[in-house]
Write a protein that binds this ligand. Structure first.
Ligand SMILES: [Zn+2]
Length: 452
């Protein structure tokens, strides 16, 4: 009999940029810098942002309805058109309702200015500050300000030197306990934003007076001209959304439409205008990559015997990879990104190969394999391969690795030379037949090769 059971499919929490370090990986979340700006802005400034957002979005929608050639926005307004044709106050109320529901307080929005960040100080290179929490500090003794530390937010010849980050908030704590990962949360981001925006006039030491700040994602200004050939055609490129518009896009997406932060971050990662140009270069050089922090595993009503078989197979696959000398990476990555089969995958690597275990409840387990150093980097052009993973079995095909954004050759493989549990065999056979119809010789050879 079916029952609700935890599957091996991973539910993602955040998407962001990973820097591997000895002292624990650094995980930079784009939305942190948008929320950092919301924390810093006064309610009046944010209301002006809403008015700008309404103007921008309604102009775009008008062009679209008139049949003009406009690009599809990353944050479409579908179903929420009413928000464009009302008083800004109404939009503010809708966002505030969502913020209150999620955080139990309006703190994210209602503070702003110097009140949002207290006791900010930067010494030789370390920044310390107290940043307003987003949550309600109602419990006795609990803080409404978090202490943050950051060494160093400064720019060292265009490069970051992020060695140490600390915040008292849940995001920060959760990253450390889960994977020994240091997360750049909204509070640390707000402090970095403040330092960048103030040109070090507010918080400074004479040693750091003249130093620039290394801001990975910029929701404050647009210091860099973007190479238009880089911009994905589904972004409104005639109007690269300015910071005000993008911040309200993020807020309405997170708090009115209740989109997942994972998806919002994936969208922001597609916008070249917000990137520090040196961050782009570091990704191109393979010194940083895109990863996923996971929330938990998905539960589903199903036959428990099937799920036990899947777990057994997963254990066999993991053991085999470790025996072969592969190393399990701490940060998960995406496979089949931006398709209906997008999956958060544990990654195993050795010097030459990257292998990911793909556990998705829509199809039986497979793994993907690709060469580590292969290919040109292409971060922003949209490349979507809408073929089903099982239609790509056992042959090398070209795709873009979501982790490195390199174009290279990938293979999708059924775990072979393993003890595939009996209950899974007919399911594999069904999928192979479905996606390779009519190809009887290939299919039977293939099934034999895979011990099916
Ligand atoms: Zn924090």
């Amino acid at each position: 009999m079916d029952k609700v059971i935890q599957t091996q499919e991973i539910i993602p929490r955040y998407y962001g940029i990973v820097f591997e370090r000895k002292q624990g990986n650094l995980f930079i979340i784009p939305t942190s810098f948008a929320f950092g700006e919301v924390l810093r802005k006064s309610p009046n400034e944010l209301k002006e942002y809403v008015a700008e957002w309404q103007k921008h979005k309604s102009e775009h929608l008008e062009k679209y309805t008139q049949g003009q050639h406009v690009y599809r926005p990353l944050f479409p307004i579908n179903g929420y058109e009413d928000l464009l044709y009302c008083k800004p106050d109404f939009v503010v109320e809708s966002i505030l309702d969502g913020i209150t529901k999620k955080h139990g307080s309006k703190n994210l929005w209602m503070v702003g200015g110097e009140e949002a960040i207290k006791k900010g100080y930067i010494g030789a290179s370390a920044l310390t500050a107290e940043v307003k929490a987003r949550h309600h500090g109602g419990k006795k003794g609990s803080k409404t300000y978090w202490s943050v530390e950051m060494d160093s937010p400064l720019d060292f010849d265009g490069l970051p030197k992020y060695d140490h980050e600390f915040c008292q908030c849940w995001d920060s704590y959760w990253g450390i306990v889960k994977r020994g990962t240091h997360v750049v949360c909204a509070h640390i981001a707000a402090a970095i934003d403040q330092l960048y925006d103030d040109d070090l006039n507010l918080i400074k030491d004479k040693n750091t007076e003249k130093r620039k700040v290394w801001l990975p994602f910029n929701f404050i200004d647009r210091p860099n001209e973007v190479d238009r050939s880089l911009i994905a055609p589904h972004i409104e490129f005639e109007d690269q959304p300015d910071p005000a518009v993008l911040i309200i896009d993020v807020l309405t997406s997170a708090y009115v439409k209740n989109d997942r932060l994972f998806d919002i971050n994936k969208k922001l990662a597609k916008i070249p205008a917000i990137y520090n140009r040196n961050l782009e270069r570091l990704i191109e050089d393979g010194k940083a990559y895109y990863g996923v922090l996971h929330q938990r595993k998905k539960s589903k009503r199903m036959n428990p015997e099937y799920e036990y078989a899947i777990r057994n197979l997963k254990k066999q696959m993991e053991t085999k990879l470790l025996e072969m000398g592969f190393e399990r990476k701490k940060i998960d990555v995406l496979e089949f990104a931006d398709t209906p089969w997008e999956t958060v995958c544990p990654e195993y690597i050795n010097k030459e190969k990257s292998i990911r275990l793909v556990f998705n409840n829509q199809f039986p387990p497979v793994y993907t394999t690709r060469n580590v150093r292969e290919g040109e980097t292409n971060m922003f052009l949209p490349i979507y391969d809408m073929r089903h993973p099982f239609s790509k079995l056992n042959k090398r095909f070209t795709d873009r690795d979501d982790k490195t954004k390199k174009i290279g050759k990938t293979k999708v493989i059924i775990p072979s030379k393993m003890n595939i549990p009996e209950i899974l065999k007919p399911i594999y056979i069904g999928f192979v037949n479905k996606y390779h119809p009519g190809d009887t010789r290939q299919v039977s050879n293939f099934l034999k090769e895979n011990g099916l």
